[in-house]
Design a protein. Structure first.
Length: 135
């Protein structure tokens, strides 16, 4: 159904808002293939970044896709996206959540340094997002 929707070329359709909201939720609830579907759809149908959309939101999408790929065993592809994700560029409203997910991705890819686990534990305690630590 989703792929059959006809998209109008309007200002609000320059960024995949629906996919941006749904893909992380699907990932966090264990629906990995569905999350990948929406992420792949996004990167295929919205390949260009638009000047009116904060580029920090694309960091979240790359992070979600890298996490999903890592959890589905596609570590090489996840590693490529991991290199594109920069925590300093996370959107200010998503910074703590994205940083937790970034640390988790680092652990999945075995890229964590000595302080990663400590920072992850502190962020989870600070935010109360205890379930994120169990992804």
């Amino acid at each position: 159904f989703h792929g059959s929707l006809k998209h109008k070329v309007e200002e609000h359709r320059l960024f995949p808002w629906f996919e941006f909201q749904v893909a992380p939720v699907l990932f966090m609830t264990g629906h990995l293939q569905e999350s990948l579907y929406y992420l792949n759809y996004t990167f295929q149908h919205y390949p260009q970044k638009h000047s009116r959309v904060n580029n920090n939101l694309y960091q979240t999408m790359n992070l979600t896709k890298a996490l999903t790929l890592a959890k589905t065993g596609h570590l090489k592809e996840a590693e490529e996206l991991y290199r594109l994700v920069h925590p300093a560029r996370f959107h200010f409203l998503l910074k703590k959540t994205n940083t937790i997910q970034y640390y988790l991705l680092s652990k999945y890819l075995k890229k964590n340094d000595h302080g990663t686990d400590e920072h992850l534990t502190e962020l989870i305690a600070d935010t109360g997002f205890t379930r994120l630590g169990r992804l």
